[in-house]
Design a protein around this ligand. Sequence first.
Ligand code: ZN
Length: 330
Amino acid sequence: MKRLARCAAASVVLQLAALAVGSSSILAADDYTLPFYDPTVTISYGVDRDRSLNRQLDWTGQVWNDGQPHWGRVYDQHTGVDYPMALRSAVAAARDGTVVDVEGGYGTTQFGSFGNFVRIRHADGRHTLYYHLASAADGGIGVVEGASVAAGQFVGRSGCSGLCYGAHLHFEMLVWSATLRMYQPVDPLAERRWTTWPGRVPFDAVYVRESNGGTEVIRHGWTITHWVEFRNTGGRTWRSSGSGRTNLGTWNPGSHPSPFRASDWLYSFLPTFVDQASVPPDGVGRFTFGLKGSPEPGSYSEAYNLQAYGLRWFDHVRLGSYYIPILVTQ
Ligand SMILES: [Zn+2]
């Protein structure tokens, strides 16, 4: 399998943050992801889980009684999670949802009020907010109100608009309070809404190996089995969200003229799937394909685009396109 000379999915050095989890025993819900891609980004201030003045409860479970800011932990009455990042860094949706509000009229570093932001409503009723973005004129707003977004989708670029003293993303998660009849901020770290610790890039994978690293030889009319393995270098477990094994689309007639037909990728007969029900971070997932040598004998470079249908957190788009050199013989 060769890689097409397209954007390479950079292999990142994993940052396994040695962070104490405190006494929290809440199981990770694993249903949101970090709102950015840069693996070097780490938390500066989390949500103050104790709203009373001069008393802070940080995301590790530690209590402070001084009202002072504590770098990496919390400052008093903070309602979101701050991630310092360079101006105009890419910001991503934390979950599938609908954009319900957008503000892009402030300057990228214009101080005052709320500044530029994107607000997304999710199927579970929660909202997420991405504050201090760059101005719309500066490319800070990547979505329009009413748009549907997928988890991990680019939604804008960071800035320092609004009440901001240094370029960062203020990420906020809100839950509707029936009592107060308004949305209230909650701490995504306390609720373990994601298993990705700060600083670990949510989506990433690297090519490991395949069943035949050279030219795949298929006798005309015969079928071969080909598998390829990817290591999950991201911070999320790849999971099949459907029942049983997960199909991978391997060929798209609309984007790729080829002598091979979709029916030659025998996903109905010999399914293409990730052979495990789930692949945890640092685990290796194997995808098996059946390919039939239907075209006339000859040499082909058959591209296949990994498309994960019903497989969560396996970001096939970032892996780019691959092709297998194929020789069909008599
Ligand atoms: Zn903040």
